[in-house]
Design a protein around this ligand. Structure first.
Ligand code: AKG
Ligand code: FE2
Length: 241
């Protein structure tokens, strides 16, 4: 009796599956901004190894930051790695110590892979975030610190639990001259439209890139997620100019 052959996907099915996981999508945000998403940037195996390594070896801290004039514990762990001699990063009144790439060789490997995926890019600093569970988050913000220049490209690599990454358009600067009281209600009602929000489910091993004027015109966040989905580590590569 012939042995029953286990069903395996045909070559074309296999190729199609690979194409889906390797697919690159670009979302045009308008006014010279876009977001590129590559779900299959790193293999799942490599990504689990990186997650383990980073979880154990990075000197994570949960700093006290200032938000709207009040001190609070940052709702996630963090660490900062940068080339020597760069202008120091300060955000929310917090000045992270800059660690050296040389102390974390896997970070150099990931940086190299990012540079390869984004020809012409040259990042020199990295902000790391660790979300221990669904209660950890990052609120609405833009990475618009002066040291990144006026139109920074920011490359974000994610490991572990999938989390929603949201973008919303910054409200247009309103002034009496720009938006007079007698403006028709039909026009005012257009303040938010479906194109004013975008969301991405950031997968294990994915790369998301914000380009153009995304930091000037949009805010982004990773909200809390009720169902606990384990640790997530995110790396955002930046160029200090
Ligand atoms: O965790 C993320 O995906 C985003 C992190 C972020 O926005 C940041 O570090 O500025
Ligand atoms: Fe950010």
């Amino acid at each position: 009796m012939p042995r029953i052959k286990r069903a395996t996907p045909s070559d074309t099915q296999q190729e199609a599956a690979e194409k889906v996981s390797d697919s690159v999508s670009t979302v045009d945000l308008g006014n010279g901004s876009d977001v590129v998403y590559m779900p299959g940037f790193l293999s799942a195996d490599d990504s689990w190894k990186y997650l383990d390594y980073l979880d154990q070896h990075i000197p994570w801290i949960r700093p006290t930051i200032r938000v709207f004039g009040r001190s609070c514990l940052q709702p996630r762990d963090t660490c900062y790695v940068a080339d020597a001699g760069l202008q120091e990063l300060v955000y929310s009144g917090y000045r992270p110590r800059a660690y050296s790439w040389d102390d974390y060789p896997p970070l150099k490997e990931i940086l190299e892979a990012v540079h390869k995926a984004l020809p012409g890019s040259k990042f020199n600093s990295l902000l790391l975030n660790r979300y221990k569970g669904g209660d950890d988050y990052v609120g609405w913000h833009a990475d618009d610190e002066k040291l990144y220049g006026s139109a920074p490209t920011i490359a974000s690599v994610s490991f572990g639990g999938e989390r929603e990454f949201l973008l919303k358009r910054r409200p247009a600067k309103t002034s009496k001259e720009k938006r007079p009281e007698d403006e028709p209600a039909s026009k005012r009602a257009k303040a938010t439209s479906p194109g004013d929000r975008q969301s991405f489910l950031l997968k294990h091993g994915s790369l998301l890139v914000m380009r153009g004027h995304t930091q000037r015109d949009w805010l982004h966040s990773v909200p809390k997620r009720a169902k606990l989905d384990g640790v997530r580590i995110n790396l955002t590569f930046r160029l200090v100019i």
